[in-house]
Structures are given as structure tokens and as C-alpha cells.
Design a protein around this ligand. Structure first.
Ligand code: NVA
Length: 325
């Protein structure tokens, strides 16, 4: 079963296949999702993930159905998936009509529980731990910016959670240089750091990290940040803003990285908080390209997953270890 809950389950060749498929389908007239129905279940708000993915599915000939999350989910409390019937019964019914489930949830456990019983693919549209759809889009942007086969140093400034974690997973599996800086109180666990170091060693990339931005920013080709307050963390706003003081990506921080550095942000962005308007609007900001690529990469992800081609991607002829080489 081709679920996509996290990129941890995907090899470099499979990630590569999703990226290549995205570019092949970007401007084509092919309709690999003809007659496919994709159910969208969103517990949290979304602009880019819903619209970018919906346009992609429409262009590939598929159909999107939106359900009310309160009917399908129980706000992340996966003890009882639905107040009307069991998760198993709900999913079995959905599978009679739909070909995949695209879900944004508060708790990753909800997705795991769905995937364990679902006969149709479950695709993560963001949870508190992972954001694989954003990561595929961002790696596509980075690959287009620096060229297939060329490495680059991507430094993430900010919160050690879903966006950064999935981005690192994809970048390190494709041999990029990755760096992280953020406050100690919202840092990676030892297990996470060991995992990133292991990926860097396995796929000839590199991973460095520090609580001090000055240690990792110099020489970065990309400086990336995300909101300091993720969806569902609004009650932590005052506390987190205190801890993240000094990690705003502003012109001074970009100048420490160097004149070669581009800026990236998954958005929604908060001007004057994690990034200044001047950096967000700067000519070296890639945010518009990132947003466009949410649509392009969704084509590659859905077409690859629903065609079943990903299971063949690890055959020797597909086994690439570097970024596009
Ligand atoms: N870390 C953010 C990402 C939004 C796309 C959140 O989880 O809200």
C-alpha cells in the first residue's frame, strides 16, 4: 500500500521519482488521475495545500471531494475516530467511492491509525510531526534553483518541527548540505539529531546545527524559516515568541549568510515576527516559486503514488543517490 505519512518511509530513488514526475507532468496534457476521486479531510486551516493540490488533481483529470472534518475526525483524539461509527467502518465506506485520502490532522497518530486499516492510500497533508508535501515542493524548488546534480547548503532558522524535519529528510537523502539553528528549548531530540547525521553520512551530504545562528549561517545558499507558532500552538504564543527572540530572518541575518543566499518560507508568513517584510519581498525570496511548486509537486506525488510506480523505483536502474545526478 502506497501511503505517504512521512518521507522516512521513502528511498532517495522514490523521492527522485516524485520530483521527476512532477516536472514531466507540469506542462503536459496527461490525465493519469482520470476517474480518480480524492477525499480531502482537513482538521486545520489550509490555503496552499488545499488549493495547490486541488488544482493539480483537477489538471490531471481527477476529482476532489471535501468532507466535513467533524464528521470524519475527532479533532485528533483518535481514541474514537468518529462519534457516528468506528474509524474502520468509515474508512471501509470511503474506500468504496474514493481512491485516496488526503488528510491534515492535529495528531500523527490519527494518520497512522487510518493508514493501518485503509485499503486506499492515505496521504499526509500536514500533521504536527511531518509535512512531506511541502518538503517535496521545496526540494523541487531547490533543485530547479541550483540545477539537477548540484549540491547547495540549506540552513533552517527556527522551530524544530514538521516543516524542517520533512525538509531535512528529503534534502539529506538527496545529498544536500543541511544546517539548523534555533533556540535550545525548541530543539531536536538526540534521536532526531542522530537520524539526520546518519542520513548525511549515508547519502554523502552534511548536517550541522547550533543554537547560535552565526555558527551555521555563513555560506548558506538558502536561508529557510517557518512560523514560530504552528497551528494548534496558539496558546504558547507568548512563551514561544520569548524563546525565539533573536531568530528572526532579517536583512542582517541574510547578510551573515552572504550575498549568494536565497530566502525560503513555507508560508503562512508573519511579517515582522519570524521574517521581515523586506526579506520576504526581496528579489532573492523564492516564496512565489515555492507556492507555485506546491501545485507542480502535488502532481508528481499523487501520480506516482496512485500509479503504483513508486514500488518499482528502488530497482537498480532507478537507484540514484545524489540530487538528480
Ligand atoms: N509549522 C507550521 C507549518 C504551516 C504550513 C504549522 O504546523 O502550522
Amino acid at each position: 500500500m502506497n501511503h505517504l505519512l512521512s518521507l522516512k518511509d521513502f528511498s532517495p530513488a522514490q523521492i527522485q521519482l516524485m520530483l521527476d514526475t512532477s516536472e514531466i507532468l507540469q506542462n503536459g496534457n496527461e490525465t493519469p488521475l482520470k476517474d480518480k476521486h480524492i477525499l480531502f479531510i482537513f482538521e486545520k486551516p489550509s490555503l496552499r495545500t488545499v488549493l495547490g493540490t486541488e488544482v493539480a488533481i483537477n489538471q490531471l483529470g481527477g476529482h476532489v471531494i471535501h468532507t466535513q472534518p467533524e464528521i470524519m475526525l475527532s479533532q485528533g483524539k483518535n481514541v474514537e475516530f468518529s462519534s457516528r461509527e468506528s474509524m474502520k467502518d468509515t474508512i471501509m465506506n470511503v474506500a468504496q467511492w474514493c481512491d485516496a485520502i488526503f488528510a491534515r490532522v492535529y495528531s500523527h497518530e490519527t494518520l497512522s491509525e487510518m493508514a493501518a486499516i485503509s485499503p486506499i492510500p492515505v496521504i499526509n497533508a500536514l500533521c504536527e510531526k511531518y509535512h512531506p508535501m511541502q518538503a517535496i515542493a521545496d526540494v523541487l524548488t531547490i533543485r530547479q534553483q541550483f540545477g539537477v546534480g548540484n549540491s547547495a547548503k540549506i540552513t533552517f532558522v527556527g522551530d524544530a518541527n514538521n516543516v524542517a524535519g520533512s525538509l531535512f529528510e528529503a534534502l539529506l537523502k538527496l545529498g544536500y548540505s543541511v544546517a539548523f539553528t534555533g533556540p535550545e528549548s525548541y530543539y531536536w531530540s538526540e534521536a532526531d539529531l542522530a537520524g539526520f547525521n546518519k542520513l548525511a553520512a549515508a547519502y554523502s551530504g552534511s548536517f550541522e546545527h547550533s543554537t547560535n545562528p552565526n555558527d551555521v549561517l555563513p555560506g548558506s545558499d538558502v536561508v529557510y524559516t517557518d512560523t514560530f507558532i504552528s497551528m494548534g500552538e496558539e496558546h504558547l504564543t507568548a512563551e514561544k515568541l520569548g524563546h525565539f527572540h533573536g531568530y528572526q530572518v532579517n536583512e542582517e541575518m541574510m547578510s551573515i549568510a552572504g550575498p549568494q543566499a536565497y530566502f525560503m518560507h513555507c508560508q503562512p508568513a508573519h511579517r515582522g515576527v519570524e521574517v521581515t517584510g523586506a526579506v520576504l519581498d526581496h528579489e532573492r525570496s523564492l516564496v512565489k516559486k515555492q507556492a507555485f511548486n506546491r501545485m507542480v509537486s502535488a502532481k508528481g506525488v499523487f501520480a506516482s503514488l496512485l500509479s503504483g510506480k513508486l514500488s518499482d523505483a528502488d530497482q537498480p536502474e532507478h537507484a540514484l543517490s545524489m540530487n538528480g545526478a
